[in-house]
Design a binder for this molecule. Structure first.
Ligand code: 5AD
Ligand code: SF4
Length: 446
């Protein structure tokens, strides 16, 4: 009989890592591993790491420092580092942190059971290859979704990985490799499998998801065609996708936002900067005006769509005027949600060679930008009050008799109801708080 063991996974960074962590847990299932929320109970701890900004990478070493003590209490405990820090700094991790038993890069998760076995046999194991085969095809089917994920009515599904864009600040093309799309048939069968397990909302994931070009026999499907086909699955009520590049928003995908009701009115479309000079230096390959015109076209197709974005301030050589251009673009677009970061030089990227902006100035700019984005987000949330939205309930709220779910626009909504997890209700928004909305049921069976 297989020995029963406990796996604890800590996930950093993006949604793709959340998806990968689920798949890693599934991969370890046949070896007798079940997931735990308590690192002290674990026989295997995996840190699924993020390398996108310096701070994200530093967290790994401080977490490893904290975990060291656990090995003294449990000599059988194995510790592994996965994700993009593993990919970029695998050998360095092995040298710097002797308590790490295995290192596995994002393209090699199907080899995790073999690496774990090697580590249990007393040998340290490292795999950061970019294999030619598709790791997803070597991972178990979604039947094994962990206990936490099993009841969740909203799931992620990675359809594309890697990036060929080479933005000057970004490590993704180096850590996740070249752009690869999963074949249409595999995506559809995974989606059907998820839906048969009660999933009603799927978010398609990819570092450059709207560049999706999955094979279907001799044909190549774009993301819009995939979305339209997924929308035919009975029981799947909502489709989202993230993250997109402006230059890959083709006409069909824009049209789908207008004519495919299951495609939710929310689009994360990072612009990074509003200055043409900086966009050029970032190698983004579009101007601010082109981005604004694109958003206009998307809004013409779906007027109520909520736009979300990413911004980097303090990119090398950014002047006060460049930053003002970003502020102006934000005023023109009005973002419902946004993520903004101070530029962080990443080793090996072209921008890392350039001269940084004075950090005090960069901090001040970040604060100004974040204040503006917060103001827009608050205003847009307040405009929701009095409106009716559909809410997919995901979990009980903190107060008794309350459920929390997501609106079509991805706002968290708290509602007093005994509705079950996984149901979608028509809800009238009654109040707007700092991070969520409150609402009341209008119709239980929307
Ligand atoms: N410094 C700061 N922010 C970065 N991002 C990516 N690389 C860097 C970097 N070197 C941000 C971008 C991207 C998001 C995922 O992270 O805004 O869209
Ligand atoms: Fe990085 Fe996105 Fe640019 Fe690709 S498109 S290099 S993932 S920021």
């Amino acid at each position: 009989m297989t020995k029963q063991r406990k796996l604890y996974i800590k996930t950093y960074g993006c949604q793709m890592n959340v998806y990968d962590s689920e798949r890693m847990a599934e991969a370890m299932g046949p070896g007798g591993y079940t997931q735990t929320d308590t690192p002290e109970d674990a026989d295997l701890i995996l840190l699924n790491t993020c390398h996108i900004r310096e701070k994200a990478a530093e967290k790994v070493y401080s977490e490893l420092g904290r975990l060291k003590g656990l090995k003294k209490d449990n000599p059988d405990l194995k510790i592994g580092v996965a994700g993009c820090v593993a990919q970029a700094e695998g050998a360095e991790i092995m040298a710097r942190a002797p308590m790490v038993d295995l290192v596995v890069g994002p393209q090699s998760y199907h080899n995790l059971p073999a690496l774990e076995a090697k580590a249990r046999g007393g040998k340290r194991a490292l795999d950061t290859e970019f294999p030619t085969e598709d790791k997803f095809e070597h991972l178990p089917a979604r039947t094994a979704r962990g206990p936490k994920a099993r009841r969740a009515p909203a799931a992620f599904l990675t359809v594309q990985e890697g990036c060929d864009k080479f933005c000057a600040f970004c490590v993704v093309p180096y850590t996740r490799g070249a752009e690869v799309s999963r074949p249409v048939g595999r995506v559809l069968s995974e989606a059907e499998d998820l839906v048969s397990r009660g999933v009603r909302e799927i978010t398609l994931l990819g570092q450059n998801v709207n560049a999706y070009h999955g094979a279907d026999g001799q044909q190549s499907w774009g993301l819009a065609r995939l979305v339209r086909r997924l929308a035919e699955i009975d029981g799947l009520e909502r489709i989202r996708f993230t993250t997109s590049h402006p230059n890959d928003m083709d006409d069909d995908l824009i049209a789908a936002h207008g004519d495919c009701p299951k495609l939710m009115p929310y689009l994360h479309l990072p612009v990074q900067s509003g200055s043409d000079r900086i966009l050029k230096r970032m190698n983004r390959k579009h101007t601010a005006a082109e981005y604004i015109a694109l958003i206009d076209r998307i809004r013409a197709a779906r007027p109520d769509i909520l736009i979300s974005g990413d911004f980097i301030v303090g990119f090398p050589e950014e002047t006060e005027q460049d930053f003002e251009d970003t502020m102006e673009l934000v005023r023109q677009i009005r973002y419902g949600q946004a993520f903004s970061f101070k530029y962080s030089a990443r080793p090996g990227t072209p921008a890392a060679e350039r001269i940084d902006v004075d950090p005090v100035q960069a901090d001040a700019r970040l604060q100004r930008l974040q204040a503006l984005l917060r103001e827009q987000q608050t205003e847009i949330q307040q405009e929701m009050v009095g409106r009716e939205v559909n809410v997919l309930f995901e979990k009980p709220g903190r107060m008794a008799g309350q459920m929390v779910g997501k609106s079509d626009y991805l706002h968290a909504v708290h509602v007093e109801t005994d509705a079950e997890i996984g149901t979608i209700a028509r809800v009238r928004i009654t109040a707007s708080g700092p991070n969520s909305l409150a609402g009341e049921i209008v119709d239980n069976s929307a």
